[in-house]
Design a protein around this ligand. Structure first.
Ligand code: AGP
Length: 609
């Protein structure tokens, strides 16, 4: 996710901006820039890559001034490059933006028709043109920002300065965090608390639809209707490290709690309920490819492979196209049958996983069309794919994947509905129903996360366990695999995921009173069958932790502990059943005191074989 830092006061601000941005480095970024009023004009400096590049540039040619904005960009629209880096300027204004302007294509066409030329591939530049044009037509900066944001759909934290009013910063927020902070004769705006902690602890969090005008001496707040109002400052007590984690003890926990917001980002702008259809942001395969499509091949590693397994069921059920799933490390060495007529879908959070990349190259060279599902924009996998469906999870810092997984699951659902509509296996009405259900998931996850403390209570019973078995069926079988992977990665407790129907074919021999068994058994087509597994475990003295549907009284009689999810159609259950399992793994590991964000022997991105 991108970082914002802005300053107005009496001090030279270049270093203040750079230091503030540095405090946001943990969020990940691929380019950076500042824009500073130097007394004559706004001077812009942007660099691809790490902040050190920008720092070098500013050191070589200093920019003097006491009003400025800075940004670290994590690419969402357009590759990481100097031109795509923020700030963006037009018509005497300069701005930085976090978020996604969903209707930027339509706005860009409208502005182009009015003679605007664009120098970047970003959605953000559209905001600069809208606001700059409004200022040129005679509006003051605050009015111009308010008018422009009324035309923008999507999410934004915007911070803007103007050569016409070089004593102020205008800030606006819609679904992307933004905080203003008040110092002694200076004020700040930032996307996150750590950026400003070195200067002041008195902050005001902006809410959706609100704007703020900052000068060295004052902060004025305005509601969505443009009416001025007051809100008392909050005094932040966080230490800098916990501020980076926004008060969470670990990045992993923060990322678990970010899932509702990140899923909204994944779905944003892609669902048309009117048409009962999906847009893939320009990653749609050409019609000729879709007409000739015979098979989908999903290939990935680790957690992303588990998302692929869920994707297989969704695509086969909704689009009735045969789907093969493979581990990238196996696929690349088995001389696979792949070529024209195949849609090859590599799934990767990082976009850099060596095996997935190699499998992709092989599939491509043999004539398959490649549609990647990836989180990191312009990483190696998207760069050599024919198209990419970005998951928009934002940077994932915890080594154990959480929000990257659920956004991959949502992307699988989008892809399944998209293919179903193209193949005619889904009519608009049924697609609309599926998508309406999908859109309720973020809110349902929010409610599930409220049970975190209750899951911790359950976790207390299992911190000394040596080995766990996870069982699930159908779409919840991959969740058994993923739940087990989460636990072993961060708690170092051995855990195995199994298809519940396989239990009798071997793992049942392991079950005794020392073996906790996590049974994923929400109400579904296969509920009764999983239930019989549960009885078999109980009969052998195994401790049962069930993930079940709210109100399921029957399961409560057989399980030692129950973690509930709301009732949901089968195809959406993985997005819910995984949440208590992430929390269970996290709390067990936390109580064991392991290094949760950087577990031993593991790397976030596996760029070697
Ligand atoms: C999961 O918690 C791990 N971080 C790991 O299994 C990961 O999913 C795997 O290495 C694949 O990474 P990718 O999605 O970046 O390709």
């Amino acid at each position: 996710m991108c970082g914002i830092m802005a300053y107005v006061g009496e001090q030279e601000c270049a270093e203040i901006l750079l230091e503030g941005l540095q405090k946001l480095e943990y969020r990940g970024y691929d380019s950076a820039g500042v824009a500073i009023w130097d007394g004559q004009r706004i001077e812009l400096r942007r660099c691809e890559g790490k902040l050190v590049n920008l720092r070098r540039s500013v050191a070589a040619e200093p920019i003097l001034g006491s009003l400025g904005i800075g940004h670290t960009r994590w690419a969402t629209h357009g590759r990481p490059s100097e031109q795509n880096a923020h700030p963006h300027t037009w018509g005497g204004i300069s701005l930085v933006h976090n978020g996604i302007i969903e209707n930027y294509v339509a706005l860009k066409q409208e502005l182009s028709a009015r003679g605007h030329d664009f120098s970047s591939e970003t959605d953000t530049e559209i905001a600069a043109h809208l606001i700059g044009a409004s200022v040129q037509s005679g509006h003051d900066l605050h009015t111009a920002v308010r008018l422009a944001t009324k035309r923008m759909e999507g999410s934004y934290a915007l911070v803007v300065i103007s050569e016409d009013e070089p004593d102020r910063i205008v800030a606006a927020r819609q679904q992307s965090p933004l905080v203003v902070a008040i110092g002694n004769g200076e004020t700040f705006a930032a996307s996150d608390i750590p950026a400003i902690l070195a200067h002041t602890r008195d902050v005001i969090f902006l809410e959706d639809g609100e704007t703020a005008v900052l000068t060295a001496q004052s902060v004025q707040l305005f509601d969505a209707d443009g009416l001025a109002f007051e809100r008392p400052t909050k005094h932040v007590l966080w230490d800098p490290i916990s501020a980076e984690k926004q008060g969470f003890k670990h990045f992993m926990l923060k990322e678990i709690f970010e899932q509702p917001d990140k899923l909204v980002d994944t779905l944003r702008g892609r669902i048309s309920l009117d048409r009962g259809d999906i847009a893939l942001d320009g990653a749609e395969p050409p019609k000729a490819i879709l007409d000739a499509l015979k098979r989908v091949v999903l290939v990935a590693c680790g957690t992303s492979y588990h998302a692929a397994l869920v994707g297989k069921t969704l695509i086969e059920q909704l689009a009735r196209i045969p789907v093969e799933v493979d581990l990238a490390s196996e696929f690349r060495y088995r001389d696979p049958l792949i070529g024209a007529g195949d849609l090859f879908v590599p799934i990767s959070q990082s976009g850099e996983t060596a095996d997935t990349l190699a499998a992709l190259k092989m599939a491509h060279s043999r004539g398959a069309h490649v549609l990647a599902v990836c989180n990191v924009v312009d990483s190696s996998i998207p760069r050599i794919s024919d198209g990419t469906l970005y998951t928009h999870a934002g940077p994932e810092i915890g080594v154990a994947s959480t929000k990257a997984f659920t956004t991959q699951l949502a992307s699988m659902m989008l892809l399944a509905v998209y293919l179903g509509r193209r193949k005619g296996t889904l009519d608009p009405a049924r697609a609309r129903m599926l998508l309406e259900d999908l859109r309720t998931i973020p809110t349902q996850i929010e409610k599930l996360l409220e049970a975190s403390d209750a899951v911790r209570e359950i976790a207390k019973h299992f911190i000394h366990a040596r080995s766990f078995l996870y069982l699930g069926r159908g779409v919840n079988y991959p969740i058994a695999l993923e739940g087990a992977l989460k636990l072993k990665e961060i708690s170092y407790i051995h855990a195995e995921g199994y298809a519940a129907g396989e239990m009798k074919h071997g793992p049942i021999a392991l079950i005794d009173e020392n073996m906790p068994v996590v049974v994923i058994a929400p109400k579904s087509e296969t509920y009764e069958k999983v239930f019989s597994n549960l009885e078999e475990v109980r009969a052998r003295g195994g401790k049962v932790l069930a993930v079940a549907t709210e109100g399921d009284l029957k399961i409560a009689r057989f399980a030692d502990h129950v973690m509930t999810i709301p009732a949901a159609p089968d195809y959406l259950q993985p997005l819910l059943t995984i949440i208590p399992l992430q929390l269970l793994a996290y709390h067990i590991a936390d109580m064991k005191g392991t290094d949760i964000d950087q577990p031993r022997n593991l790397a976030k991105s596996v760029t070697v074989e």
